[in-house]
Design a binder for this molecule. Structure first.
Ligand SMILES: O=C(O)/C=C\C(=O)CC(=O)CC(=O)O
Length: 220
């Protein structure tokens, strides 16, 4: 076995990147020790665009995870890899219908909301319109998430076990607050977010607990 295959995993992460945050939660829930390598998405035009990091992730985004001698990119693919290689503390339900619900919520957030309000898109939209733009897409997606949760949720997004859907929901709620989305129409989303706030795995993954979180932060 090569040395890299047994090395401690390295997560390339940015403190308030919601996609990095999903993976941090999953790693913490599964109690996988890892080191963080911060990639600043804003310093010098974005460290994710430098040649060295492009070798790690040709999409020039975070996260990337070095684990078991491999470099993995894309947060949902990474969570599935973790689920398949580290079955402890499962993040997918056994029941196939519940699994489908978990994946449905993941898709709504990770395809239908976050990519439309991430940094690269907002730069194109422009400073003047970016808040309204982000609010539009988050509101549209949260309507669908709330509807899905109305039949799937127990204590968490799907039933009473924490799943990958919860790993995606909590960071998206943070983004919604960041863009001042009115969350009152989404009581189930709010209840689940509150429920998970005190969970140690979620708390440790929070942007404010990251090594690259700036000490002075207006909208932390
Ligand atoms: O303003 C910054 O600090 C830069 C980038 C981010 O927060 C990350 C995103 O692009 C949003 C997201 O992950 O959903």
């Amino acid at each position: 076995m090569s040395l890299s295959a047994i090395a401690k995993p390295i997560l390339y992460s940015y403190w308030r990147s919601s996609c990095s945050w999903r993976v941090r939660i999953a790693m913490n829930l599964k109690e996988i020790p890892y080191d963080i390598k911060p990639i600043s998405l804003i310093k010098s035009g974005g460290e994710q665009h430098c040649n060295e990091y492009r070798e790690v992730n040709p999409m020039e985004q975070v996260p990337a995870l070095q684990i078991d001698g491999h470099t993995l990119i894309e947060s949902v693919a990474i969570m599935h890899y973790l689920e398949e290689t580290r079955p402890q503390r499962p993040l997918l339900p056994q029941d196939v219908h519940k699994r489908a619900k978990v994946r449905e919520i993941i898709e709504i957030i990770c395809s239908g909301i976050q990519p439309l309000q991430n940094l690269i898109v907002l730069i194109h939209v422009g400073e003047e319109k970016k808040k309204e733009w982000a609010q539009h897409w988050i509101t549209r997606g949260f309507r669908a998430v709330e509807k899905a949760l109305s039949t799937s949720a127990g204590k968490y997004c799907v039933g009473d076990e924490i799943s990958m859907a919860d790993c995606c929901l909590v960071p998206q709620v943070f983004n919604a607050r960041r863009f001042h989305v009115d969350l009152r129409p989404y009581p189930i989303i709010l209840r689940i977010d509150r429920e998970l706030e005190s969970n140690p795995a979620f708390r440790a993954a929070h942007p404010s607990n990251q090594p690259d979180c700036p000490p002075e932060l207006p909208n932390k």
